[in-house]
Design a protein around this ligand. Structure first.
Ligand SMILES: [Fe+2]
Length: 261
């Protein structure tokens, strides 16, 4: 099974600009930089990479899970970073609903990021990383033409699951990873931002080599084009690049110990 997002790769027009925002303002450690890309460690198990391109960009929505008890500390860090905080139409910045807190902000490229915290997430399982106190990369947004079709495909081919199904919006879940399947005419909250499908590469991790080999077999049986190695599988679907990697460092029982629903 899939337990987490192990990486997210976005496009940028300026590595220097990304470096100023993510390293200098947010305090994310840089783990690699070349002339073409830059990679930050957001946790020991997840990286965030920006690849420099020369073409128009569509903004990406993604969210970091932070501890409930430290949410306001993370907000304070964000505010002092000087990044743009996105407010709701009534002016409110933090949304507080039934044990869930979140706040949206934008980076220098216009990506719409979010910090989110849930009261139910157990403490002491994962160590918060970066000054933002990131536990894991929770959400990556995928605007698509049909949410039901995309969701069903991810469920049957990657064995992801859903708690509730919607026609226009759906979390499709593998452990801590939430793919946000979003109808491309449904706008992103809280600033009513049009959801244009971005060019991104989404990497998942699994602790199970046999699961990975099962997926490879399933792709083969269904004649879905893919690349495979001993410990990974990659493919394209709905304009997105996906890969799944064997990540034995992320224990299989972490989602259970976090007490995720
Ligand atoms: Fe979100």
């Amino acid at each position: 099974m899939i337990t987490h997002f192990s990486g997210l790769k976005l496009q940028t027009l300026s590595i220097q600009g990304v470096r100023q925002v993510y390293a200098e303002r947010l305090g994310f450690p840089i783990i690699a930089q070349t002339g073409q890309d830059i990679t930050f460690a957001i946790t020991p198990h997840a990286s965030l990479t920006f690849k420099e391109v020369h073409e128009p960009l569509a903004p990406v929505h993604f969210a970091f899970q932070v501890p409930y008890e430290q949410f306001h500390e993370s907000v304070k860090w964000l505010k002092q970073s000087g990044l743009f905080i996105a407010a709701w139409p009534d002016g409110r910045e933090i949304d507080d609903e039934n044990g869930r807190l979140n706040l949206y902000f934008r980076d220098g490229d216009g990506n719409l990021l979010e910090i989110i915290a849930h009261e139910y997430v157990a403490d002491g399982v994962l160590v918060p990383h970066t000054p933002l106190n990131i536990l894991y990369l929770r959400e990556v947004g995928c605007p698509v033409a049909s949410v039901p079709v995309f969701r069903n495909w991810l469920r049957s081919h990657l064995q992801l699951k859903t708690l509730r199904d919607g026609d226009f919006f759906n979390f499709v879940i593998g452990g801590t990873a939430h793919v946000v399947a979003n109808w491309h005419h449904r706008r992103w909250l809280p600033i009513d931002m049009k959801a244009v499908p971005p060019k991104i590469e989404i990497a998942f991790g699994t602790p199970s080599l046999s699961f990975l080999h099962e997926l490879q077999e399933r792709f083969y049986l269904h004649s879905i084009p893919f690349h495979a190695s001993d410990d990974s599988l990659s493919f394209h679907h709905e304009g997105y690049s996906f890969s799944i990697h064997h990540t034995p460092g992320f224990a299989a029982d972490i989602p259970l110990r976090l007490q995720l629903p």
